[in-house]
Ligand binder design. Structure first.
Ligand code: GLU
Length: 544
């Protein structure tokens, strides 16, 4: 067969040859050791937490090596494309301050010389390489109807592959020139397939930068490179784009690992140098039965990056939580460098990137509490207001009007050596501090202590004195003594039977009466902010 003639027949009007394209994409001029990474999401309409996790790794590798981090939108699956989806991705990256060095805004600016950064705009490149492979006898057209349902075919092939049925050479590889010509005359659409040279037995080895050396069966399938809509499959685009755009390390989900052998063969037939790879695990969750399952877009709102904004999690907390999942050494590093920028943490060890990370709200919330505890009251107020403007407009007027009062609430037990660690997201503020805005609706009183409590509350009306914290507490102690409560805890511990309880118990009664809860921040500050009148009203509401 005259492959050159076949290539001309299939691609009569290509815009470029591969030589011309390669001249347009010279090697990047970067210092020794500089890494080029890319974040390559498909525009599905939301940014998955797991994708953002990959972007963090990309960013860190590029930045720490003095290299380049770029964004490429993989929009070749037009069925899945959702309009505005790439804006969502860009917004998350820019909100979190992980802006790529190179990117393109649809219908707008392009930053960087290695674009276009949308795959659908790179169609001519894929055509050029497809033509080249056909001309070299390394690829062939496939007219089977099944190429119309490409995804199904791919899935079936992957299944066969997993079952060890590896000799999946496509029958169309045997078509003659005349048959192909006739099919084209009949108006049949064609896909382009790789003419794999694999025998289904040979194994290849490669090193994943996190998982280590992996031995895997070499590719033997005549995989589709160009679909019959003229767009490339992920595999073909990966080899061409990552080569032309100069990627040195590919960070991608481990679901791509089974396709690696195909990529290995593709880089060979195309004459390209292979990049390094990091295959990241899927962020999972434990189900009710304690089994791991993937964080699902449908079932788990926390899989969507927008969730964290809506809930009002500090961005720093979300990032630090993910870094922790990538490398648990971060926790120690953070302890030793409490004020350092998380961008300075070296991911290099990838200590647990090889294991399945489990999503855990408790850990995320602890990190978020820590982050918020370090803010000043003024900073908290600004963040709370910022959150409300976007996500809870009904609260904005109140927050603006009562700036002073809200800031004072936020300042309770703050800006101290051991600041309070209670708030972890701004959406919880009004619930957590409901007692600062209205009388409690429920009380955590212990029923069996009703009588004792009533006595304390009744008597406190005469002891309430907010002139200073010391005076306030002296008065409570005075009352406690009078009512038979121990003022010193050690006295109480020695002879508990001599007392009604200790002064802490008295404070608990007062705290529950004022806040409804047994746990609250500093009670003196709360009473002072509420004022004497409201404090007395709350006590009266219980004991009349
Ligand atoms: N578009 C692919 C995905 O979203 C990218 C995989 C890769 O990073 O190579 O899964």
């Amino acid at each position: 067969m005259d492959y050159k003639k076949l290539a001309e027949l299939l691609f009569p009007s290509n815009k470029y040859t591969t030589d011309e394209i390669e001249k347009m994409y010279p090697k990047r001029n970067l210092p020794e050791g500089a890494e080029v990474t890319r974040f390559a999401p498909s525009p599905t309409g939301f940014m998955h937490l797991g994708s953002f996790y990959q972007a963090l790794i990309d960013y860190n590798i590029a930045k720490r090596s003095g290299g380049v981090f770029y964004l490429r939108i993989e929009d070749t699956d037009q069925k899945r494309e959702i309009s505005g989806a790439s804006e969502i991705i860009m917004n998350v990256l820019s909100d979190y301050d992980f802006m790529p060095d190179e990117y393109e805004l649809k219908g707008g600016v392009t930053v960087g010389n290695y674009g276009p950064y949308y795959q659908t705009e790179r169609k001519e490149f894929y055509n050029a390489y497809a033509k080249k492979l056909v001309a070299e006898g390394k690829a062939f057209p496939c007219f089977c109807r099944k190429t119309e349902g490409l995804e199904d075919v791919q899935k079936k092939r992957e299944k066969d592959f997993a079952l060890g049925k590896t000799d999946d050479k496509d029958p169309c590889r045997n078509l003659t020139y005349e048959q192909i010509e006739q099919n084209l005359k009949d108006g049949k659409k064609f896909a382009i397939r790789l003419k794999s040279s694999g025998d289904g037995k040979e194994k290849i080895k490669f090193v994943d930068c996190v998982k280590g050396e992996i031995e895997i069966l070499a590719n033997s399938k005549d995989a589709i490179l160009l679909k019959n809509d003229g767009l490339p499959t992920y595999h073909f685009a990966h080899a061409i784009d990552d080569t032309l755009m100069g990627t040195t390390t590919v960070v991608r989900g481990e679901e791509w690992l089974p396709s690696y052998p195909l990529h290995h063969e593709l880089f060979d037939v195309l004459g390209f140098t292979r990049p390094k790879y990091i295959h990241t695990p899927v962020i999972s969750k434990l189900n009710e039965k304690g089994n791991k399952r993937k964080l699902s877009k449908r079932k788990d709102p926390e899989s969507d990056m927008r969730f964290y904004d809506k809930e009002g999690y500090p961005k720093q907390a979300v990032v630090e939580y993910l870094i922790n999942l990538i490398n648990s050494n971060f926790e120690i590093w953070r302890k030793n460098n409490p004020d350092a920028d998380y961008r300075d943490f070296p991911f290099d060890g990838f200590k647990n990137t090889a294991n399945t990370p489990l999503f855990d709200f408790v850990k995320l919330n602890d990190i978020a509490k820590e982050v918020i505890s370090k803010l000043t009251a003024e900073q908290c107020y600004e963040r709370l207001l910022g959150w409300a403007r976007e996500n809870s407009p009904g609260n904005v007027d109140y927050l603006v009007k009562e700036k002073d009062y809200v800031t004072k609430i936020l300042n309770i037990d703050r800006e101290k050596p051991k600041p309070r660690k209670d708030i972890y997201k701004w959406s919880m503020f009004f619930d957590l501090y409901d007692y600062m805005f209205s009388k409690p609706r429920t009380y955590e009183f212990d029923e069996q202590e009703g009588e004792k409590c009533e006595k304390v509350l009744k008597s406190y009306k005469e002891y309430l004195d907010l002139s200073s914290k010391d005076v306030w507490f002296e008065k409570i102690k005075e009352m406690s003594e009078k009512l038979g409560y121990a003022v010193s805890n050690s006295d109480y511990k020695k002879n508990p039977e001599n007392y009604q309880g200790n002064v802490a118990k008295v404070c608990e009664f007062l705290r529950v009466a004022i806040t409804g809860r047994k746990n609250s921040p500093d009670l003196y500050e709360i009473m002072t902010l509420l004022g004497e009148k409201e404090t007395l009203n709350r006590i009266s509401a219980i004991v009349g």
